[in-house]
Design a protein around this ligand. Structure first.
Ligand code: ADP
Length: 496
């Protein structure tokens, strides 16, 4: 049963669930309020009756000159009651008559019993009936009892003699019929109005819930419409700047990022296959021409050299693509340690020196002070190597490249400046994009793939190194690496 209810709830729509929970909670509160009101009214009604009976008792006792504490004039009470019952007593004075009238004998029942419960006297209103007597009640008590088929509220008061001996009981009752009808009607009204309130409440809450969650419906509709070829769909933002507005704008932002990612992926695949197809086509074409007829040995050698160059380019491209894929899928995490920057720069410069010298380019390394940074040495070497190789690639012979290192607050700033062809200002923003080449012709002549700087950017981001570039066409380019100084990351280690 419980499982069935849980299953029912799990397939229930959100709007119905909100309406149901709200209605249950409100129904519970209404039930508490109705029950409280009913019991309060019942208590007030009974208090009224009890007060009325109490007043009657004191009037009767005063009238008959007896009291529960001072049992005198028991007989006189009998006289009065007998008179009261028979409506005789012509000799009574005016005051007595007046009091008698006030007793409202038609709506009240008065009965006098001895200590054994035998009726000694009773009011005319009781006719041949007697009021219930409870022998177990020693003090004054109020209770409901059935009298001639209808309910009465009655009080039973012990009448004691002067020496404290119980002589009998005075029993006074009033009919409850009208009050019970009112209470019964009140209960019926509450029981009837309960579902009458709850049903419209459920429908009203449901319609409010439908309106409130309509942006969610739009999210669902938009997400359902979305496909790889249709990523420009966006959720209309709701009017109110509430949680649903935030949800819609967050999902829109997510859609935006997904669109960008898909777009990049699409371009990447297209660019990568284009880059691979070109050398493959060149190699295939060259070999097909070669095989058509026998040729001179020198011709074969030069064509094979050409094919090898193209295949090397392909191998390099594949290597770089794999590296990028590894970094982008976060499979490679940097191993950040304290790195003395100067030896690292020395070793990169030493490796690049032959290429630079072949072009007649001078590389100057300016050490100002011995600095240490927090970085992954392997990744940092790759960054410097890529920037330096570009500087050599895009510089004319007999120019020079300068590497400078300086401290700046918590950072170490390393600049690599060349006097090469430079990058046009309007193209600077894109040079870190994958497969972006400022000028196809100059890149292809230098064997550029447009991947070097995107790898630099990725590696720098992984190590929290900032890369920026300044360039003036035909004057030169400066790349700036702002690296976290080792002291800022490892203060304890540095002080030891
Ligand atoms: P590539 O392999 O084509 O050099 P990169 O990603 O390394 O690809 O560089 C992107 C583009 O930025 C290159 O096509 C090149 O035109 C330009 N570039 C990079 N470094 C320099 C530089 N030092 N001087 C002039 N242009 C540069």
């Amino acid at each position: 049963m419980k499982q069935f209810a849980l299953k029912g709830l799990s397939v229930m729509s959100l709007r119905n669930r909100i309406a149901l929970y709200y209605t249950i909670a409100t129904g519970f509160l209404i039930a508490i309020v109705f029950t409280t009101i009913f019991f309060m009214v019942e208590k007030i009604v009974y208090k009224q009756f009890d007060d009325q009976i109490k007043k009657e008792i004191s009037e009767i006792l005063a009238d008959s000159n007896i009291s529960p504490d001072n049992f005198q004039g028991f007989d006189s009470f009998r006289d009065i009651d007998a008179d009261h019952t028979s409506e005789k007593g012509d000799n009574r004075d005016e005051e007595h008559k007046h009091k008698r009238r006030k007793l409202k004998v038609d709506t009240e029942f008065i009965q006098l019993v001895n200590r054994d419960g035998e009726v000694i006297n009773k009011s005319a209103s009781l006719s041949w009936c007697v009021l219930a007597f409870n022998p177990n009640q020693s003090g004054t008590s109020y209770f409901d009892s059935n009298f001639g088929g209808s309910m009465v509220r009655q009080a039973q008061v012990p009448l004691n003699s002067a020496d404290g001996k119980n002589e009998g009981y005075l029993i006074v009752a009033v009919p409850l019929k009208n009050a019970l009808i009112v209470l019964h009607d009140l209960k019926d009204i509450f029981l009837f109005s309960f579902p009458v309130i709850l049903l419209p409440l459920f429908l009203l809450t449901r319609s409010i819930a439908i309106k409130s969650i309509s942006p969610i419906e739009k999210v669902i509709a938009t997400a359902e419409k979305m496909s790889q070829s249709n990523l420009d769909q966006r959720i209309p933002l709701p009017f109110h700047h509430d949680e649903l507005y935030r949800l819609a704008s967050t999902i829109n932002a997510l859609f935006g990022r997904m669109q960008d990612a898909f777009q990049r992926e699409k371009h990447f695949t297209a660019d990568a296959s284009h880059e691979l197809k070109t050398p493959l086509a060149v190699v295939k074409g060259t070999l097909e021409v070669l095989i058509r007829k026998p040729r001179e040995r020198e011709h074969y050698e030069s064509r094979i050299q050409f094919c090898l160059k193209e295949l090397n380019r392909m191998a390099h491209l594949i290597e770089q693509l794999l590296m990028l894929a590894r970094y982008e899928s976060n499979k490679m995490t940097p191993r950040i340690v304290v790195v003395p920057l100067d030896p690292l720069l020395d070793s990169v410069v030493e490796r690049m020196m032959p290429t630079a010298q072949a072009k007649g380019i001078a590389i100057t390394l300016n050490h100002t002070e011995q600095v240490k940074i927090a970085a992954d040495p392997g990744m940092l070497e790759m960054i410097v190597e890529n920037i330096l190789s570009n500087a050599i690639k895009y510089s004319s012979s007999s120019s020079s490249i300068t590497i400078e290192v300086a401290r700046s607050e918590n950072n170490v700033v390393c600049t690599i400046s060349d006097q090469g062809i430079g990058i046009p200002a309007e193209k600077l923003h894109a040079i870190f994009d994958r497969f972006y080449r400022v000028d196809e012709s100059r890149s292809s002549s230098t064997g550029g793939l447009g991947l070097g700087l995107s790898i630099v950017k990725k590696l720098a981001d992984l190590q929290q190194i900032r890369v920026s570039v300044n360039s003036v066409t035909d004057k030169g380019t400066t790349f700036t690496l702002t690296c976290p100084a080792a002291e800022s990351r490892y203060p304890m280690e540095m002080s030891c």
